[in-house]
Structures are given as structure tokens and as C-alpha cells.
Design a protein around this ligand. Structure first.
Ligand SMILES: CC(C)(COP(=O)(O)OP(=O)(O)OC[C@H]1O[C@@H](n2cnc3c(N)ncnc32)[C@H](O)[C@@H]1OP(=O)(O)O)[C@@H](O)C(=O)NCCC(=O)NCCS
Length: 149
């Protein structure tokens, strides 16, 4: 519960259209939550949260506290989330990011996501989708396709 308080506090401090605490409670209150936190000296300095949507892991929120940014924490958590989603058997992981969010776009690109412009937000900012097929399934498909070559 303290973790959820900290995640909510971090999220609300830097996201324009922020979610209430109940949003994060619901993400954690499932059989196998897809929520990771990064800790330093016992304090949460970053979080990454996905929601399961059938075979897809939807990365709905992530953040690193301002003082700890550009140190690799965001990339590390994202890579860990990809591994977790893969282990749980999801076929892909995806999410949306604002065109103006240079840091997040760079992070997702760097951690192996494809980026595609899909829409606009209400305020006119570009809406980009980032997505990545998860290796286990990709490998199976790859082997299947290779068997025809
Ligand atoms: C986006 C965010 C999570 C990145 O976390 P982070 O810990 O700073 O990320 P990393 O240190 O792993 O950096 C990842 C890449 O992004 C780049 N980056 C980070 N901040 C940047 C910035 N302000 N401008 C440009 N690039 C930036 C880094 O340089 C790095 O790329 P590189 O290794 O090629 O240099 C963090 O800025 C944040 O919490 N932002 C507010 C919340 C948010 O936007 N969440 C995402 C919503 S989709």
C-alpha cells in the first residue's frame, strides 16, 4: 500500500492528465500484477505499470523521479518489464506516448520498441504508439517461417 502511495505521488507530480490512486490500486489488485518499481536506499524512485489485455501487455504508465533521471533507471525498468511480460507469456507489449515527450520516445526507441504515429491527443500533440513483439513468440513464428525457406 505504501508503494501505491509513492507511485501515485510520483505520477501526479509530473504527468499532465494524471490518474487517481484507485487507478494504480486496480493495476496491482489482480492475480499477477505487471507493476515494477526501482528502489534506491529503500525509496521508490521509479515505476513501470502494465495492464493485461488478453494476450497483450499494455504499458499504461511509467516514471522516474526528476532527480534520478538520465541515469538509465527508465531503460532498466522498461527492459525488466519486457522480460516479465515475456515470462508471463504475452505476445506483445505496447503503449502510447506524446510526440512532445522526447525523453520517453528516446527511451522506448533505445529499448527496442517500434514507433508509429497513430493519432493526435485532444490538445493537438502527436500520439505515437510504441510496440514490441515478445521474443518467445517471435522465435516460434520465426522458426515456423524459416521452415518454409
Ligand atoms: C521518460 C522517463 C521515464 C525516462 O527515464 P530515465 O530514467 O531518465 O531514462 P534513461 O536514463 O533510461 O534514458 C533513456 C534514454 O532517454 C534519453 N533521455 C532521457 N531524458 C531525456 C531528455 N530529457 N531529452 C532527450 N533524451 C532524453 C537518455 O539520454 C537515454 O538515451 P541514451 O542512452 O541514448 O542517451 C523520465 O524522463 C520520466 O519519468 N518522465 C516523466 C514521466 C513520463 O514521461 N513517462 C512516460 C510516459 S509514456
Amino acid at each position: 500500500m505504501e508503494d501505491i502511495d509513492r507511485i501515485t505521488e510520483m505520477h501526479q507530480s509530473y504527468i499532465q492528465s494524471w490518474h487517481p490512486r484507485e487507478y494504480f490500486e486496480r493495476l496491482v489488485d489482480v492475480e499477477e500484477p505487471l507493476v515494477l518499481v526501482a528502489e534506491q536506499a529503500g525509496k521508490i524512485v521509479g515505476y513501470s505499470a502494465c495492464r493485461a489485455e488478453l494476450e497483450l501487455a499494455h504499458l499504461v504508465s511509467m516514471g522516474v523521479c526528476p532527480l534520478e533521471r538520465t541515469k538509465g533507471i527508465g531503460s532498466g525498468m522498461t527492459l525488466a518489464m519486457v522480460v516479465l511480460a515475456k515470462e508471463r507469456g504475452f505476445s506483445a507489449i505496447y503503449g502510447h506516448v506524446r510526440g512532445s515527450n522526447t525523453a520517453a520516445r528516446q527511451l522506448y526507441r533505445k529499448t527496442g520498441f517500434h514507433m508509429e504515429w497513430v493519432d493526435e491527443y485532444e490538445d493537438g500533440d502527436e500520439k505515437w504508439e510504441f510496440w514490441q513483439r515478445l521474443e518467445t513468440n517471435f522465435n516460434k513464428m520465426d522458426k515456423f517461417l524459416l521452415s518454409f525457406v
